[in-house]
Design a protein around this ligand. Sequence first.
Ligand code: ADP
Ligand code: MG
Length: 276
Amino acid sequence: MNNRMVQEVIYHNFGRRKGYFQVTSTPLVGPDGHSQTLVLIQDITDMKRMEEQMMHSEKLSALARISAGVAHEIGNPLTSISSYVQILREMEHDEFTRESLDTIAKHINRITDIVRQMSSFSKTATSDLKPHDVHELVALTLDLVKYDKRLKNIQINLDIPEALPGVIVNETQSIQVFMNIILNAADAMASGGILDIKAERLDREVEVSFSDTGPGISAENLEKIFDPFFTTKEKGTGLGLAVSYNIIKSYRGDIVVEIKPEGGTIFKVRLPYHEI
Ligand SMILES: Nc1ncnc2c1ncn2[C@@H]1O[C@H](COP(=O)(O)OP(=O)(O)O)[C@@H](O)[C@H]1O
Ligand SMILES: [Mg+2]
């Protein structure tokens, strides 16, 4: 039928979650000669989500390819610049020059940070997957962040049952994911708050959830937080969650985010487990 009209309509489900309807209208002439219109409304939200997810993983794999090259090409000269700046800084007595070198060093650190995070895109994520104890992974992560001043005013509550099955992950990577989520929560609670870390056994996965008492995330930003380079922070890289997403997906796990009605954000990391 030629004069059929197809339209996609976005609706906002309960104010937070976006959905899509496809509205197809087809003019018809009824048996009595009157024109009529047949309107078909389909909920295509799931299909759209899958499309979006596919686009997202394509973006990530393109980024992984670029990152491998960039990280290598930029990383080496950067190390060299950084050591020269340090040497000059130590030799210099002029106040202005020292301050300038400090500023240069600060900017170099930022670039180094971005390069380091970008290079973790390119690592083959499926290497070295073994069963790991969730309790231990969380403890190792907290050990790494315990001196970070962002966590100073944050109370961390742990609720991780001892008898959980081991999750099949790479230790370093999963610690990196937990750390990204914990530091994001800390950033969101700059003037203090509570972070609840819980683990729970689901059907085929162990779910580790991180629930904070920060301001939450707006509906508009919620769609973008896993995109590479999306950040709302002045000094953010926007790579933490994109890298984390990539890592968890490579384990065939999942990482989802929920906004609490009373404010605050929950990140849920679902990791496939191995029955021991
Ligand atoms: N717990 C959280 N509460 C509020 N916003 C968050 C939280 N975690 C992540 N975000 C949002 O997601 C964005 C992307 O996070 P991330 O990828 O880690 O990059 P970065 O931390 O460098 O900004 C953040 O800039 C922030 O806007
Ligand atoms: Mg981050």
